[in-house]
Design a binder for this molecule. Sequence first.
Ligand code: EPZ
Length: 416
Amino acid sequence: MRRIRINGRRQLKGLIPISGAKNAVLKLMAAALMAPGESVIHNVPHIQDVFTMVDLLKTLGVGVQFEENTLRLAVGEQIGEEAPHELVRKMRASIQVMGPLLGRLGRVRVSLPGGCAIGERPIDFHLKGFKQLGAQIREEHGYIYAEVKELRGVDIQLDYPSVGATENLMMAAALAKGTTQIRNAAREPEIIEVQNFLNQMGARIRGAGTDVIRIDGVETLHPAEHTVIPDRIEAGTYMVAGAIAGGEVTLQPVIPQHVSSLIAKLEEAGIEVSVEDDKITVYSTGSYRAVNFQSLPYPGFPTDLLPQVMAMMTLAKGTSVIRETVYTNRYKHVSELRRMGANIILADRSAVVQGVSALSGAEVVVPDLRAGAALVLAGLGAHGTTIVEDDGHLDRGYDNLVGKLQGVGAEIGFLE
Ligand code: EPZ
């Protein structure tokens, strides 16, 4: 358990460096399994989920070197076929090795991921797609067993634009016989990253970023080298920090298009946002209007930024209506925000936030990754001292969060 102490209401000023995208790099690491040899990934963030994926790759026999922000993955001719329970329960993204192992070996065993703080998060869309590609699937003792002689290309219509299912099926289909089309595919930027990396490995994939992805299967893939795009959720988190705390915060590198829905919402709230190449600057007086929004699959407003903008709305002028459409429980931080004086009414997946004139610092506990970020942001805007108790959630997705905020003048640090 680590305790972060924040003395609120300090204006922020300066540049925050943005790290590589967590939700891209985890999938590229899984994709590397598909080709014997050494793949290299640059701009890898130092976050717990990457360390967990490194552990998983090591249990599958991959040699891993992680220096600075470069990962060298030495994948052997022989690789394992099981993602064990102790790693899958730590990180749901472990299931992203299913597509690669099914494609390369024709068999895979993965512990069924449990739910997590934000919802039960089943993997039925993944399994349905694997079956359509010809795999036999059975569930036993909490594990999923998938086997296939040869994956065969097929037309897949996803019930929902699931990010993980789109990626898992793309990877399996890359080594299938024939052509696969994935319709109603997720359109997140991280999907394009997976397409680009697989194509660098010799795959033949087109359409990522749209709702129809076409994969022409190939016989084999070879290792590749790739630099990961900046993390749009990390960048969005710090944009909201600047809005709440007031001042002038610049983020770099960032791909502005990837946070366009947040930029629109901040401007609607009366915050000034300037965009220049791979830089975004947020100018704020700390005073802004309430706005309404709902989370949606990309390019809609991202669910992973909903808790952060909710924290911002607790201090807005007016009332904000917020609706979560992706997960069943994105509000585990609400009770903690209320302890800081926030006025929030919950009704199923919706929240009504009545802006208050001030939040007061309090001791709060982090329930999950993005809720934790929301509590840190609330602390930046609160009067007095906020102590954020975090049992490793923040480190899963933010590389040096405390240091990056210190770098722009936040009075934040670890309590020994
Ligand atoms: C990815 O999760 C991200 N994680 C999540 O970010 C992000 O919130 C999510 O996409 C949506 O953008 C990674 O990329 C590692 P989904 P994923 O499949 O792939 C339901 C963060 O904080 N569903 O698009 O698991 C599911 O329960 C994390 O960085 C099924 O019902 O998301 C959820 O309600 C949190 N059956 C919805 O679909 C399935 O087979 C969206 O899930 C798969 C998903």
